[in-house]
Design a protein around this ligand. Structure first.
Ligand SMILES: NC(=O)c1ncn([C@@H]2O[C@H](COP(=O)(O)O)[C@@H](O)[C@H]2O)c1NC=O
Length: 598
């Protein structure tokens, strides 16, 4: 038998108001005028005796209703939290300000443990928490106290008639649904359902609707701001509205995670008839692509992105704040380098890889990646798929531009999965501005979203690697094993180059690339110019088929001495490409896979 009794009235220790309130709500709020109407609840006081209710096979005795009457002049705060971080700070602060605190089971126990006096919800509702917690606060004694308009006489009379006291402050956060359904190993469907909070959102929405009279807090970062506001002597509707906005946002994100999870459990595919992507402001940016454009960076909070890797969740260890273009470039570099199995360095400029090299010795890979196009690499983003240790950090710090042999290479960003302590220290010493990012791998199988005027395009991320693809020989000549490896390496690089993409590579090193040209021939010429004499015997990858062969890209590549060409095939002039390669003794591989990057 569970016996509930009135909360103790132990004096609470002094609260220290020392934390900083969240940025979103940080403003000078000097006032706290409360408009609780004074309504008589005499009938309540006289009639409420302990009652007994059955719930979940347990008998529960509920003591006399102790809900505050507005007439008592005592203000009430309702607290129901799953995440109890800073609860003691909040509870003691409210208690010191003279609030009566009403709370649900676990929260009430935690408050009592912190020496804060609590009235349990059951003492107001005369019902035990029931149905395994599915029903705790869903009761007119709670919702009436939240939703009543203080400026409506008949609302306050109704409260009085039914013995309901009003709430001035509601502090709620929800069952940790995201964490549960994304926990390692996942959870059973039934457990997922039980982790959907119902009573919490109902209270949050009710309080947010009635924010004119009720302060609603859903984020522990706002506890200090709340207490400061309550200590003030003037009301501030803007402060209240900001809290209400945050509350509705909190519920919207929560609901979208639940609906996305439910869709995945039920339908399994990625393209529901409608969906919401909850975004959270990570930082405001100095400007966008250009200084006249305002910009901000948002992190995807949707269930599929929780614990996800990628640039959005990268830790910045050092350097100037990330800019809009930095995010795009770092993303491109990280996505590209993460695809390679062997120790690899990728250098990106304007979202295109300008240097890529894989080697057993990462120092050598780094030097080769720079040498691939030192002019472009200067001021670029350098990405590694292995830890940056002391030796590598020194090499990054000291390496001089191959263009003049003197100027030390300058970079905007270094991104890697890990850094040794010494490696990090050395990189920090390279320059004050160098941004040092530590990123986790992107998960495969994600939905990729992109905005167009008036809508969004959704597609699977392009997860195919050369290992997933057949490189079919369609020429008379078959490539040597090393040529096939070169073709695969060039293919993987080309996947990360903007279309039209041509990459020339040899011995796990990109020698030249042509990107973003509106015709493939031009991309080919740029890539060949960059590769110079090294084009001879190298592999060439094209992200899409060649529309023409003779007197066009295929023949120019063959004439320059390319050893092997990999392309998707599928042109109505494929025959020309094959005959051309046969004429020049070049191996031609068709992949049947295209890697457009627009
Ligand atoms: N069912 C209800 O009436 C209900 N009322 C509040 N909650 C949630 O219960 C949690 C706190 O519960 P407790 O204090 O018992 O640990 C909060 O996250 C709150 O959002 C509820 N739980 C789920 O719906």
């Amino acid at each position: 038998m569970l016996s509930l009794s009135a909360a103790p009235t132990t004096a609470a220790p002094a609260a220290k108001l020392s934390r900083v309130p969240s940025a979103a709500l940080h403003q000078k709020t000097t006032s706290a005028a409360f408009f609780s109407q004074k309504v008589q609840l005499n009938s309540l006081r006289s009639s409420c005796s302990a009652i007994k209710s059955m719930a979940d096979s347990q008998t529960i005795s509920v003591p006399k209703n102790e809900q505050q009457s507005p007439a008592s002049g005592k203000k009430q705060a309702l607290i129901s939290l799953s995440d109890r971080k800073d609860l003691a700070f909040l509870g003691t602060g409210l208690q010191q300000l003279g609030y009566t605190i009403v709370s649900t089971g676990g929260t009430a126990s935690a408050l009592e443990g912190a020496g804060v006096s609590v009235t349990k919800v059951e003492q107001l509702t005369h019902f035990p928490e029931m149905l395994d917690g599915r029903v705790k606060t869903l009761h007119p004694h709670i919702h009436g106290g939240i939703l009543a308009r203080r400026d409506q006489k008949h609302h306050m009379e109704a409260l009085s008639e039914h013995g309901i006291g009003s709430f001035d402050v509601v502090v709620v956060n929800l069952y940790p649904f995201y964490d549960k359904v994304t926990s390692t190993g996942g959870i059973e469907f039934e457990d997922g359902i039980e982790n959907i909070d119902i009573g919490g959102p109902a209270m949050i929405r009710a309080a947010a609707k009635n924010h004119k009279d009720v302060l609603i807090v859903v984020d522990n970062e706002d506890y200090l701001g709340l207490l400061e506001f309550l200590k003030g002597d003037r009301d501030d509707q803007q402060f209240r509205r900001k809290l209400a906005w945050k509350a509705f946002q909190h519920c919207a994100s929560y609901d979208s995670a639940v609906s996305e999870w439910l869709w995945k459990q039920t339908m399994g595919d990625k393209f529901p008839p409608s969906f919401t992507v909850p975004l959270e402001l990570k930082s405001s940016l100095r400007y966008g692509e250009n200084p006249h454009q305002n910009a901000a960076f948002y992190v995807d909070k949707s269930i599929s992105e929780v614990n996800a890797g990628g640039i959005a969740t990268a830790i910045q260890h050092h350097g100037k704040e990330m800019s809009y273009n930095n995010y795009l470039d770092a993303d491109a570099a990280w996505n590209c380098v993460s695809e390679f199995q062997n120790p690899t360095c990728v250098i990106v400029k304007h979202t295109n890889p300008c240097g890529v090299a894989s080697r057993g010795d990462i120092l050598e890979a780094y030097r080769l990646a720079v040498k691939g196009d030192p002019v472009s690499a200067f001021g670029g983003i350098v990405a590694f798929n292995i830890e940056v240790d002391e030796a590598l950090a020194k090499e990054i710090r000291e390496f001089r531009s191959p263009t003049d042999g003197e100027t030390r290479m300058f970079y905007e960003i270094v991104v890697a999965p890990k850094y040794t302590k010494k490696g990090l220290e050395i990189l920090r010493g390279k320059s004050k501005t160098l941004r040092i990012l530590e990123a986790k791998s992107n998960e495969k199988g994600k939905l990729s979203l992109r905005q167009v005027g008036g809508g969004w395009l959704a597609q699977d991320s392009d997860d195919l690697t050369p290992q997933d693809i057949q490189f079919n020989v369609v020429s008379d000549k078959s490539p040597a094993e090393s040529e096939l490896q070169d073709a695969e390496f060039a293919w993987l690089c080309a996947k990360h180059v903007k279309s039209n993409a041509i990459v020339i590579a040899k011995n796990n090193c990109m020698l030249g690339m042509g990107s973003g040209q509106p015709n493939r021939l031009e991309s080919l010429r740029i890539s060949m110019r960059k590769a110079g004499d090294e084009v001879k015997g190298a592999a060439l990858a094209s992200d899409a088929f060649f529309p023409f062969a003779w007197n066009d890209a295929v023949e120019e590549a063959c004439e320059a001495g390319i050893g092997v060409i990999a392309e998707p095939g599928g042109s109505i002039r494929d025959k020309d490409a094959i005959e051309c390669c046969n004429k020049y003794g070049v191996s031609l591989l068709f992949t049947n896979v295209r890697h457009f990057r627009h």
